[in-house]
Design a protein around this ligand. Sequence first.
Ligand code: ADP
Ligand code: MG
Length: 573
Amino acid sequence: MATDEDLERRLRAIDGRGYPAYKSLKGSYDFGPFALSIDHVQGDPFAAPSQVSICVHAETAAFPPELFDALHRRVALEDLLLRRFAAEVARASYVVRGSGKSGLIATSVPGPEVFVRSACEVTADGAVIVRLEAGFPAHGRTIDARALDRMLFDLIPSCAERALVCDRAALASARAAADLADDRARARAELARRGLVAFVADGSILPRASGISCRPLEGAVPFDSPQSLRATLDLPHRGPTTGMGIPCGVTLVVGGGFHGKSTLLKALQEGVYDHVGGDGREFVITDATAVKVRSEDGRPVAGVDISPFITNLPDGSDTGRFSTLDASGSTSQAAATIEAIDAGTRVLLIDEDTSATNFMVRDELMEAVVAADHEPITPFVERVRSLWEHQGVSCIIVVGSSGAFFPMADTVIQMDRYRAHDVTKRVREVCSERGVVPAASSDGGDVLVGGRGHAARIGAGRGGAGKPLKVRTQGLDGFSVGNGSVDLRRVEQLVDPEQVRALAQLMRVIIERRLTDGTRSAQDVAASLLERVARRGWKEIAPRAEVPCGLALPRVQELCACIDRWRRDAGGI
Ligand code: ADP
Ligand code: MG
């Protein structure tokens, strides 16, 4: 490996030359306690910044092995080190000045969730790798090598030294993060063992400061579990932790408007992810396969069997293999339900605020006027019991407006001024007073939905031979790959733009390698590709030989959502 002195020499040699001479710096340099790699060099000062990585050797980083010997603890340590590094980097950026992105130093800045991210990796033996972007400085197009010297020899290494070496403060926060990760892992395991689909710890803060903030709302009413749903989890570090356990089956969340129903559901839908200490939702834990299902009119649907919900469409289209470029509210929600089950979910999360009413319920008066044989939809309320009883898929449904789901429910939670009450008994009484019988398990054990879908074939688009397809992402809204795109604005469980960036690269790989050949399910394609990334690392989906920062590992469910929403542009129009 070249040394830091070689790098210094190369820098001196290109000072004052044209910008492309920076390309000669590409490579890895031994700096003693760490190695610095220039992985990719930008083409000009205004282009996307260069990529640099630092590998702090295990002896220098010196975190005790028990902080990274299990996967969940290693992920927690990576997350913590990245947060520390990002804080240092924010201070160092633009100390150096010049044209375009000169002097920029940037890395991933995590939100409240803990993700596996390409920006930081702790290796099996304890070395710490961080990846960052650096704007190589220039005046006009003339290389300012002295300024880059300052970035590479002073600014970036001191960020790494301050953030990634195990001093007393780093050790204390790393231990706290590892303990939290242990407790979360135990809580998740307990959930499964006790037949719960979710757990909300007492004292949790569910609402966020605003619709666009992920900070906890100040002065919020802390969560308090109703006695009858209370569960106590014995966590290794936190000790006995009480909270509301939501059992498997059909659960309703009812209550007046503005009483906190949607806030609870939102916390549950994000409870599939781990959250950092201080977030308020550290112990809001939802079955990791849970999927928020909603209506999404206008989306494309490709070959989904929505016949359990919808048959006899007026245009005669085959709902056993339903395809459209422009789904309606009800057909989109039917497709999303089937797709979620095909993607391996055990829990559907549904909010009336984001549902198509005609997909959810139909009342007797309407039935009297519009005869069943003129209505293509079997509403969800008629399927929800068999989903649970015959397929083991639980539902948590927010309903404020209709009691139609009452006879189907195993558990009914009322949110009243942000407090949860168990009103299951009361609902049973009301139902029996009015002669409404609880739903019998109908359908004779048929598997109603799912398990039959093959993902539609996704074409290769216009990629040049050997060249990766062009990938563009737009925050949380979606991405394009080659001449196709995915709209993710209604895929609500995506919370971090880095998930979308990773999804875009995953889709690029799926397309380039033609993994959806029309015979495999989306779940099969998504799960095996993600498993490959978990086993072999980010290089599996990196667009170049080097791994960039800025990717966060998504779930199988969201990758399936992308495959299911792929839209090929109507080329030329
Ligand atoms: P619903 O779905 O029942 O109509 P929301 O969940 O949308 O109600 O909540 C309504 C408002 O109450 C939101 O602005 C939310 O931030 C706020 N809110 C929710 N839970 C709490 C709480 N525990 N403490 C304080 N405010 C809350
Ligand atoms: Mg609501």
